[in-house]
Design a protein. Structure first.
Length: 147
């Protein structure tokens, strides 16, 4: 038995719904696996806490209201709210996402353009000595050839 089998079986054993051989296999696995042993201890505590709770009666008519709601949902008679509000809310979320995405991209491209201008601009070259690399770049940018 591995841990995933243990997790599937633990609830049935603690509820008394598992066969004896399953309970024995569960105990053997818990003895050899610390994490599963801790899990079975935690589930046992939860079971004891749950068994100590008082039995409550549901309010009168609750079952009927639930069944009527399920019937309306299954037949598609859920009212205008579901037919109008859910698609409207979805459209609002999509449009808000597009708007936010656009603002993020605009800010990113604006920053990228500033960095690009700083790198490619020639404004930082104040005076170009004759026959210098700066002068050649400036002449090429203006479209003039230095021959």
């Amino acid at each position: 038995m591995d841990c995933s089998d243990f997790e599937k079986l633990a609830g049935r054993v603690l509820d008394g719904e598992a066969a004896t051989d399953e309970a024995t296999a569960l105990e053997a696995h818990a003895a050899s696996c610390e994490s599963c042993s801790v899990l079975i201890g935690d589930l046992s505590v939860l079971g004891r806490l749950h068994s100590g709770l008082p039995e409550l009666e549901p309010p009168a008519g609750l079952t009927g209201r639930i069944m009527a709601g399920m019937e309306r949902f299954e037949t598609g008679r859920t009212g205008w709210r579901w037919r109008v509000l859910v698609p409207a809310a979805a459209a609002i979320f999509v449009l808000a996402g597009i708007r936010i995405g656009t603002q993020i991209m605009d800010a990113w491209f604006e920053e990228a353009e500033v960095q690009h201008a700083e790198v490619t601009g020639l404004e930082y070259l104040d005076v170009y000595p004759p026959d210098s690399f700066g002068e050649a770049i400036e002449l090429a940018a203006k479209g003039e050839d230095d021959e």
